[in-house]
Design a protein around this ligand. Structure first.
Ligand code: DAH
Length: 330
């Protein structure tokens, strides 16, 4: 008895205590074996023997429970100690991400036109010859196709070289009036300081009954848009050529780096070209089956806008994912 008490008290952990519980109190344990002897005891001694055993059991149980309580407490304390958190320590600074400058510029452009009730349309990146060229008044073998170095796919399809095909797709599925922009990625076989094989454009198209939409509207909206993007700049409309517009114009802003004085960025002209636009060529309307309408269209390169706004000298750096560059846009 004293022996068992001592054994319980000497236990060092809960696992050992559990083994001991089975050994002493279990169905085939020491106490059970003692109680089994009861049947062989003479009946006049039975009562006393049973009482003795019961007292012994109660005493052992008490020692056992007390030991269990102590060991549980010790285990808890050990756990708390190991899981302790020092709330006075300084935390790690969490690094915040930011929008990529191209995305941010794209959003800013979209916001402007959405506020003027333009719808935002999209089209597939893999296009066919008709929507990317033919319907835009760029017939096969037309020299103007040369302006757009095209990635052709094996099946005669191609990666769209501009967002202008979305004009065609939208007109083919909707009736005039149309007032839309089409932001998205485009692809050309080009790679240097100012060209990457993939870049982004925003296309714009406004169409209504003949006479409702004029070149004057085009000038007004693009001038206002460029002031929204670049602040107090001068805006200049310069005659140009695009197959899908007639007349066509390229739009320049006074150089935001030298304020028109002439510097390396503007090639000492004082002007930066930022947009292509014009009055929609009747051949384009014919291709989509529109009659008695007129309209204007424009297209711009988002990366070029982002580079000018953030003064990034090399377009390729926009797509290298260098964290040191991106961190500057937080
Ligand atoms: N699609 C032309 C390009 O990629 C940009 C453009 C110019 C779009 C004039 C137009 C436009 O809608 O009217 O270079």
């Amino acid at each position: 008895m004293e022996d068992l008490k001592g054994k319980i008290e000497a236990t060092a952990n809960l696992d050992d205590l559990e083994s001991l519980r089975v050994e002493i109190f279990g169905k085939k344990g020491l106490l059970a074996a003692e109680f089994a002897k009861l049947k062989d005891i003479a009946s006049e001694n039975k009562k006393e023997f049973a009482k003795g055993l019961n007292d012994k059991k109660i005493a052992l149980t008490e020692v056992f429970e007390e030991k269990k309580r102590v060991l549980l407490e010790m285990a808890l304390e050990k756990k708390l100690e190991s899981e302790r958190v020092d709330v006075s320590l300084y935390g790690y600074e969490s690094t915040k991400g930011s929008l990529h400058p191209v995305k941010e510029t794209m959003d800013k452009i979209i916001d402007y036109f959405v506020a003027l009730n333009f719808s935002v349309e999209s089209g597939p990146l893999i296009e066919n010859d008709f929507t990317n060229f033919e319907a835009l008044n760029l017939p096969k073998n037309h020299p103007a196709r040369e302006m757009q170095d095209t990635f052709f796919l094996a099946d005669g399809q191609l990666l769209r070289t501009h967002t202008s095909p979305v004009q065609i797709r939208t007109m083919m599925k909707e009736k005039p009036p149309i007032r839309m922009i089409a932001p998205g990625a485009v692809f050309r076989r080009d790679y240097d300081l100012t060209h990457t094989p993939m870049f982004h454009q925003v296309e714009g198209l406004v169409v209504d009954k003949t006479g409702v939409v004029s070149f004057a509207n085009l000038k007004a909206i693009l001038t206002d848009f460029l002031h929204y993007m670049f602040g107090e700049v001068e805006v200049r409309f310069r005659p140009s050529f695009f197959p899908f517009t007639e007349p066509s114009t390229e739009v320049d802003i006074s150089c935001i780096f030298c304020e028109g004085e002439g510097c390396r960025v503007c090639s000492h002209t004082g002007w930066l070209e930022v947009l292509g636009s014009g009055v929609v060529d009747p051949n384009v309307f014919e291709a989509v089956g529109y009659e008695d309408v007129s309209g204007y269209a424009f297209g711009l390169g988002v990366e070029r806008f982002a580079m000018l706004l953030h003064r990034v000298p090399d377009l390729r750096s926009m797509f290298e994912g260098d964290i040191r560059l991106l961190e500057q846009f937080r």
